[in-house]
Design a protein around this ligand. Sequence first.
Ligand code: UDP
Length: 369
Amino acid sequence: MKSLFIFGTRPEAIKLAPLIKEFEATPDFDLEVCITAQHREMLDQVLDFFKIKPDYDLNLMKPNQNLFAITADALTGLKEVIEESKPDLIIVQGDTTTAFAGALAGFYKQIKIAHVEAGLRSNNLYSPFPEEANRLMIGQLADYHFAPTQKAFENLQSVNKQNVWDVGNTVIDALLLGLELIEDNDSSILSSFEGIDFSKRIILVTAHRRESFGEPFENICNAIRDIAEEFEACEIVFPVHLNPNVRQVVSKILSDIKNVHLIEPLDYPKFIWLINKSFLIITDSGGVQEEAPTLGKPVLVIRDETEREEGITAGTAKLVATNRESIYSSAYRLLTNEHEYNKMANAVNPYGDGTTSKQIVKILKEVYC
Ligand code: UDP
């Protein structure tokens, strides 16, 4: 059975890497990898880290790219790739425009499609935009749906999807594999965080969502400023996303505070090392919400809604919106109330146990071999 993995961004690469490794280790499975490189820089270092060599690279990233061009260029490029690769199965992950284009290209060529991390829903077509629509459309086109949680599984069952499995999220497989790969590199990674005092409590911040650009993003940065000023004994580490909408506001509000370290986006091994060293995480990232509880790190989610409610329900994360006061007061409680902190840190991770890739391979073997 020959599979073609199609992806274009860092989170997709991270979440597909352990599955690609599992496919490589499975005798009856032949695979090829196609990247669209919708986001180039951050993707390449993940591929290097996991030693994945793409067979096809559409190299789509352009300055000021837009959804129309990415979709059109991806579809045109993927037609040729599929014609050359001739896969039995196309595998896409998540909700990016690349994942949607990959599923649509597979559909046009009448090739079976597997969707990893299927069934997430915010139930608001315009938020997150365009991801919610991408997920719904991929859900329509896919033949095999690998849901990361019980809730995602139920979302697909409720619309009568066949071939749906609740397998957990490959992000946990990637995290555990990644930590294993960096196990002996502690001091060399530490040396790349010059000026940060790791004997202090570390607060890790990431924010990049389009839905927050503008005023909500200013509120987030002002809240971080408030936290930094109140808790001078903490180190706030903020790897700043490359998007200019993020960079301009962050440097305007946060660049002159001594315990706020604005750093370049980190490569994946350094980032998971940093999660492991953190006391608290403030983020709008989906992947980070899933990773952090495996390492017992409480997460404040700086969004108005999250399609990852399981973490909120389990108590590993708290939704604090993009309101300056609510972000500050939630952080304040966790930094001052040990009981509340421990409750979150010890809550059970609902996103999987690191066996998702193995489960997916087992299922596909039953289907194909
Ligand atoms: N990540 C990283 N470096 C960073 C920030 C995040 O490698 O500086 C990783 C993180 O471990 C997670 C993924 O990127 O697995 C999340 O990506 P992002 O927040 O961009 O997207 P989302 O998960 O919200 O789709």
